[in-house]
Design a protein around this ligand. Structure first.
Ligand code: AHN
Ligand code: ZN
Length: 335
């Protein structure tokens, strides 16, 4: 009787073991699962925090190069980033604008894990345009803009990421570079000789004189005008020309995250933006995540672009979070 009982218990145990084996995914399945859903918890992008970084920048007024507001905002950006990294440098430079004006520029660089060889570059411009030359009201053409979207939105996303990199360091090194004097290109009314190289003065300087001699990164991502409501990020021309594999990678991550309505599988035009110089002069394959639209604006940008209406109320925290969440997935998937 006793023996019969024992063998019955043994049989039950065997059944339980077999049953649980059956419910455990085979090792190969488990690995696939792990690749698509990393077991590591990703940090959480806080849209309100990002929004506060937009407000922080706008509180200085337009960040026009050579203005007091520009000096004050540069200090604020520096101290804000210092809360999240001890490795912050302000790169002062002088650049000649299209009209001969000498601009005292400041590129602001925050590095994370500066010893790491494998690095990713994240950038945006922090200056704002001195002239609202696309405003429907000609009386506004000589007024500076808030640049809530055109500048501040991308910077805000990157500062929020800096906060997260500090809380949860990524496996790779990251450099956040905030370029100055991007938006000082000739206004519509300018009659003199035009040159595309009148834009992106800060990125041109940094690309020839990076904050670290011989600086290299796997790739770079530029953010521009990322805060508009329901943004449509078309695949920008220079990004596809210089860094098609990075466009593919980022758009694929965005699709898997459910953001296909924002990261559109369609090509936009070529934009002479900061990433163009980073590609051309620093040789770092760099893409531009930029809102582009085919209809509803003559510029191809959003309707308030380079007008006095590019204000705080045009910035969507949801849009900031969409971009922030895609970048989090991109950065934390790098080994
Ligand atoms: C040109 O229109 C040549 N470049 C636009 C780059 C830009 C201006 N990004 C923001 N503001
Ligand atoms: Zn602009």
């Amino acid at each position: 009787m006793k023996e019969k009982n024992l063998s019955f218990i043994a049989l039950v145990c065997l059944a339980v073991v077999l049953w649980s084996c059956n419910n455990t995914p085979a090792p190969s399945e488990a690995n696939t699962e792990k690749d698509t859903h990393p077991s590591m918890e990703l940090p959480v992008f806080d849209p309100d925090s990002a929004m506060a970084y937009v407000t922080g920048q706008l509180s200085f007024g337009p960040r026009v190069p050579n203005s007091e507001a520009s000096v004050a905002c540069a200090k604020w950006l520096e101290t804000t980033l210092r809360r999240f990294s001890p490795d912050v440098v302000v790169q002062g430079f002088k650049a000649r604008a299209f009209d001969g004006t000498v601009l005292n520029g400041r590129n602001i660089v925050a590095s994370f894990n500066p010893e790491a060889k494998a690095r990713i570059l994240l950038c945006a411009h922090w200056d704002s345009r001195p002239w609202a030359d696309h405003d429907p009201d000609p009386d506004n053409h000589n007024k500076p803009i808030d640049g809530a979207n055109d500048g501040a939105s991308g910077v805000a996303v990157l500062i929020e990421l800096a906060r997260l990199f500090h809380a949860q360091p990524p496996a790779v090194g990251v450099d956040i570079v905030l370029f100055d004097a991007e938006d000082y290109g000739p206004p519509q009314s300018y009659q003199g000789r035009d040159s595309d190289d009148a834009w992106g003065l800060g990125s041109q300087y940094w690309s020839r004189n990076p904050h670290v001699v011989g600086y290299k990164a796997r790739y770079g991502i530029l953010l521009d005008m990322v805060g508009v409501e329901n943004p449509t990020f078309l695949k920008e021309g220079w990004s596809l020309y210089y860094a098609p594999h990075i466009v593919k990678k980022v758009w694929s991550i965005a699709r898997q995250a459910g953001f296909s309505a924002n990261f559109i599988d369609d090509e936009g035009g070529y934009i002479t933006d900061d990433h163009y110089y980073v590609n051309r002069d620093a040789n770092i394959p760099t893409i531009n995540i930029i809102h582009l639209q085919r209809e509803g604006s003559s510029s191809g940008f959003y309707p308030h672009w380079h007008t006095v209406h590019d204000n705080l109320d045009k910035v969507s925290r949801t849009s900031l979070a969409v971009v922030g969440n895609v970048l989090i997935q991109v950065i934390y998937s790098e080994k």
